[in-house]
Design a protein around this ligand. Structure first.
Ligand SMILES: N#Cc1ccc(Nc2nc(N)cc(-n3ccc(CO)n3)n2)cc1
Length: 285
């Protein structure tokens, strides 16, 4: 179910960082289109050699992304397996991961709401296809277009592949995903239908907190206690937004809102006076 890309058709560029058990590199792929060789800029995601037994899960995650197509889902061109290298070849998304972008860029409230709504619509699409992503977080949101208030263009995000499944990551790696990983997933190491809503709540918190890492001061033990005590993330000052986040981050999965309810709630925030006052510059950004 995958397009196989030949090793010799790949050009390797600089390392751009790493994910769970993977390294990402800038690169290019050569397409034999008729005579002249055409090259496309790509992102090469390589599975670490010591985790090569997770390659099925690695590719399964990617195949999930290539079975369905949607404007906010990352495009996976194919895979390349050569000697012990398992490589996923993805479209290169211009501005990279959202968590880093939020840390270094000041963005408006309407920019944040626009991004939040795009993610909510993507979750709705996945929910209607009965697909659970399982790794929603700002690090897995890629910014294809920055959006510029002057030229009135809006941002555009793409959801990245979920990466290796929680069942194969092991408890200590999944612990490190607190507070994005839903509590029931931490319990069972299986993805439930409602777990993406929880992660959506934690991702909203990141987006509206300038990319600050939630609970970054807590060590793994304290993170585990955070769930054991049914704690909530620190409240944002915009109460209607804080309400949406706490509704998504309910410890009982069945009490979390549907993706349609999340979209309705976001629409009410977008048209609220709080947003209008912000847009008009009366309130501090
Ligand atoms: N400076 C800079 C810069 C870095 C990356 C991109 N582009 C991109 N495109 C993708 N398809 C995936 C990723 N990722 C980045 C981390 C992960 C881990 O999952 N993926 N980055 C663009 C600019």
């Amino acid at each position: 179910q995958f397009h196989m890309i030949r090793h010799e058709d790949l050009v390797w560029g600089e390392s751009l960082g790493q994910g769970s058990f993977t390294h990402v590199y800038r690169g290019a792929k050569k397409d034999q289109r008729d005579t002249e060789t055409h090259t496309t800029e790509v992102l090469l995601k390589v599975l670490d050699a010591e985790h090569k037994n997770s390659w099925e899960s690695f590719f399964e995650a990617a195949s999930l992304m290539s079975q369905i197509s949607h404007k906010h889902l990352l495009l996976v061109y194919g895979v390349s397996v050569h000697k012990s290298k398992n490589v996923m070849v993805q479209e290169f998304v211009k501005h990279g991961a959202l968590d880093l972008y939020l840390k270094r860029s000041a963005v408006s409230l309407s920019w944040k709401l626009d991004v939040a709504k795009q993610l909510a619509c993507t979750l709705n699409f996945l929910e209607e296809k009965n697909i659970v992503h399982g790794n929603i977080c700002a690090k897995n949101l890629l910014l294809a277009r920055e959006g510029d208030p002057n030229s009135d263009t809006s941002p555009f995000i793409k959801l990245s592949d979920p990466g290796i499944g929680v069942a194969l990551l092991g408890k200590e790696v999944v612990l490190d995903r607190i507070p994005w990983v839903a509590p029931e997933v931490l319990e069972t190491l299986e993805l439930g239908q409602q777990c993406d809503k929880w992660s959506f709540g934690a991702t909203l918190w990141e987006i509206f907190n300038g990319g600050e890492v939630p609970l970054h001061r807590l060590d793994p033990i304290q993170k585990q206690q955070f769930y054991e005590c049914h704690s909530q993330l620190p409240c944002l000052e915009w109460t209607e937004l804080a309400d949406l986040i706490s509704q998504c981050m309910q410890y009982q999965p069945e009490l979390r809102p549907s993706s349609r309810a999340i979209i309705r709630h976001l629409n009410s925030l977008i048209t609220s006076d709080y947003e209008i006052l912000h847009a008009s510059g009366t309130l501090p950004e």
